[in-house]
Design a binder for this molecule. Structure first.
Ligand code: GLY
Length: 464
């Protein structure tokens, strides 16, 4: 938990921004895995963590702006609970640690909300994403569960995005501290990557490192020799000579801040000539993108810069042709990089995406494109100091996409399909860092995980 003042200041800022009404923030519940008492690992709601900090089930918080009251609703553990779970701090003590003096039994929440509705006051909540909370809100607000999301407060959602986008020094410290765990995950995967080992064994080891380092994985591990499938969660392949192992994995810090990195390792220990050319192009896109990242610049422009570096490298290899600026403006490069350069990262790996990724990443000035490839860019707006974001360019050879575009004769002026055909089976290369936008530029959070050709070839397959 951060200091009491951190949470008090956040709530005070929120009150000033939302101005009137009742802010209702439900926490998460345990989610059953296969029967009620056998649950998934508990994960508190990020909005609740941000404003109320308590990492426990069965809670809800309200901020009554007009009456300047803040209340946490929840029930103290019973003796029976304590027999199974051990001694637990009281709700009053927990609430005091985040600067809240008023606590009430959970059943009182319905009365509180009912009274506010009768007074025709606005009840602000962010769009719920878990079934239990949708049902809770439907009951509290007396509306059909299918209607709940339509009643979410745009005002509150925008205020939360504004506050959470700028990371406070304590958040940056927490994220930076956890980068050592991220680094251990990725260097271990590199060292394990040799012929004969399974993707599953490496994946399991990475999950274990995350847990040993203080938290669950931040998202399902992507660990695959079929790296051209962007979110490949199949781990059934055995690594063999010549493969490229793409690992996109992250860990949650003890306070639930995510890491998210990608590295691509040659299973043979050395990159072949063509692998090296593609690798260097992706690394150059990553480096140039970071160098261009600074306050005031839009991340859409940084994305397009990375795309031009990629298209230019592919032209040098004879895979693309024609004018690079025109090719990128038309979206031809998206055959090879169909995703965005990056997204915000914080309490969520795609930070705040439960609110709405377009609201988080775009604004009135910079609207989301519908062009294939650019549409997948989750962060396009102008950057500000304190943003923590990912920088993750990649090049992929996706057989189904190549076949489709070739059959449709798409961008034949920019794509050399004959040569591209020969790359089917190559896989994919993505290189991803987590970066902080500073007052003047951007820097990598933590020490950079090995990424140059020399660095990765030095440890690839060397064993742990
Ligand atoms: N690292 C997974 C993602 O960004 O979607």
């Amino acid at each position: 938990m951060f200091s009491k003042n951190t949470y008090t200041n956040r709530r005070n800022q929120l009150k000033k921004m939302v101005k009137t009404g009742v802010v209702l923030i439900p926490g998460n519940e345990d989610a059953p895995m296969n029967y009620a008492d056998n649950t998934y690992h508990f994960r508190q709601d990020s909005t609740f963590l941000y404003f109320f900090g308590i990492d426990l089930q069965g809670l809800a918080g309200i901020i009554d702006i007009d009456n300047d009251r803040e209340v946490i609703f929840g029930d103290d553990y019973t003796l029976d609970d304590i027999v199974w779970m051990g001694p637990q701090p009281s709700l009053k003590d927990q609430a005091a640690r985040v600067g809240i003096s008023e606590t009430k039994p959970y059943r009182e929440l319905a009365k509180e909300i009912d009274a506010a509705i009768k007074q025709r006051r606005n009840i602000h909540f962010t769009p719920p994403y878990r079934g239990e909370n949708i049902m809770k809100l439907a009951d509290l607000l007396n509306i059909h569960h299918r209607e709940v999301k339509n009643h979410a407060s745009l005002e509150l959602t925008k205020a939360c995005i504004e506050l959470r986008s700028i990371k406070e020094p304590c958040e940056i410290e927490e994220m930076e501290r956890h980068m050592t765990v991220a680094s251990k995950m990725h260097t271990t995967a590199m060292k394990m990557a040799r012929p004969g080992i399974s993707e599953q064994e490496i994946t399991g080891t990475l999950e274990g490192i995350s847990m040993s380092g203080g938290g669950i994985i931040a998202f399902p591990v992507i660990c695959s020799v079929r790296g051209e499938t962007l979110h490949n969660h199949y781990h059934g392949n055995i690594l063999k000579e010549g493969d490229l192992l793409l690992v996109d994995a992250g860990s949650e810090s003890p306070l639930h801040y995510a890491t998210d990195h990608t590295r691509t390792t040659p299973v043979s220990g050395k990159l072949s000539d063509i692998q090296k050319q593609i690798y260097q192009t992706v690394l150059s896109a990553n480096d140039q993108a970071r160098e261009a990242t600074k306050p005031g610049v839009s991340y859409r422009d940084v994305h397009l810069l990375a795309c031009r570096v990629i298209a230019s490298g592919l032209k040098d290899m004879g895979l693309m042709k024609g004018d690079i600026d025109e090719a990128v403006a038309a979206g031809a490069h998206a055959l090879f990089m169909p995703h965005g350069l990056g997204h915000m990262i914080g309490l969520d790996v795609h930070d705040m995406e439960n609110y709405d990724d377009t609201l988080v990443g775009y604004d009135e000035e910079i609207e989301r494109s519908s062009q294939f490839g650019l549409a997948a860019l989750r962060l396009g707006r102008r950057l500000k100091p304190g943003f923590t974001i990912t920088n993750e360019p990649g090049i992929y050879f996706i057989p189904a996409l190549i076949d489709n575009w070739k059959a449709e004769k798409k961008f034949t002026q920019f794509i050399n399909y004959h040569k591209v055909e020969s790359m089917k089976g190559f896989g994919g290369i993505r290189l991803e860092d987590d970066i902080l936008v500073t007052e003047t530029s951007a820097r990598i959070l933590g020490e950079r995980i090995p990424v140059t050709v020399e660095e990765i070839e030095q440890i690839a397959g060397k064993g742990v």
